[in-house]
Design a binder for this molecule. Structure first.
Ligand SMILES: *[C@@H]1O[C@H](CO)[C@@H](O)[C@H](O)[C@H]1NC(C)=O
Ligand SMILES: *[C@@H]1O[C@H](CO)[C@@H](O)[C@H](O)[C@H]1NC(C)=O
Ligand SMILES: [Cu+2]
Length: 230
């Protein structure tokens, strides 16, 4: 009887945990907040994180496939936003990556050394050294003006490091939008990395304990592309 009760309690805790995660399911451009999964690849993962660094699920989430997803036209320099179902609440950095599709964005699975980073948001440290993470429901940024025109996958990644490694495994919350960039520049995005492979799990920003002697932070992954025209 006692164990049945604790099993029910454990299952209830699990259920509320999984329903309480977050997922970037809406895209905004030109002042329009589009419906859930319009221009964003749907997935089969609900709002659970991806934790296996070696899995192709780290690209666009579990079961993500763009073949039935529309692609939105966005001019270089334009603002865009990703909005999650509930505000991000696990401490950790946020990054935005892109990959140029060889043809239509909807047909590209993101394989190869094709990914570059356009944004990192790490913590700020106040004068006493206390970290504050930018946890939000909507993250807004601009397509680099130097980015060449064409079809791209636009990928948002929040890395939750609230349960310090190795007792806790860092969690990736990922979604991919499909965009056609127009009016672009002559830049050559770099460095290019593969996903998986972009993070090997030894980075200080991956293994750090944010509750212990935490005074500086470097977001894992490649350097952010400087966004210069060639
Ligand atoms: C999506 O699924 C289709 C049909 O199953 C498949 O042909 C295609 O390669 C998949 N695309 C991606 C991007 O994985
Ligand atoms: C903080 O800086 C030190 C000294 O450069 C470095 O060794 C350490 O890895 C950094 N910590 C994080 C979490 O980036
Ligand atoms: Cu969680």
């Amino acid at each position: 009887m006692k164990s049945a009760v604790s099993l029910v309690l454990a299952l209830t805790a699990l259920a509320s945990q999984s329903s309480a995660h977050y997922i970037f399911e809406q895209f905004t451009h030109g002042g329009t907040l589009y419906p859930v999964y319009q221009y964003i690849r749907p997935n089969t993962n609900m709002n659970s994180p991806v934790i296996d660094l070696t899995s192709t699920d780290t690209r666009c989430n579990v079961g993500a496939n763009g073949s039935a997803t529309d692609t939105i036209t966005v001019a270089a320099g334009d603002a865009f936003s990703f909005t999650s179902d509930v505000a991000v609440y696990h401490d950790g950095p946020l990054s935005i990556y892109m990959a140029k599709a060889p043809a239509a964005a909807k047909d590209f699975d993101g394989s190869g050394q094709v990914w570059f980073k356009i944004l990192d948001i790490g913590p700020t440290f106040d004068s006493s050294g206390t970290a504050t993470w930018n946890l939000a429901q909507t993250y807004t940024y601009n397509i680099p003006t130097a980015l060449p025109s064409g079809d791209y996958i636009l990928r948002i990644q929040q890395l939750a490091i609230h349960n310090p490694y190795p007792a806790g495994i860092p969690q990736f919350y990922i979604e991919c939008a499909q965009i056609t960039v127009t009016g672009g520049g002559t830049g050559i995005p770099s460095p290019l990395v593969s996903i998986p492979g972009w993070i090997d799990g030894t980075e200080p920003g991956y293994v750090v304990n944010i509750y212990n002697d935490f005074h500086n932070y470097t977001v894992p992954g490649p350097a952010v592309w400087a966004g210069q025209n060639a």
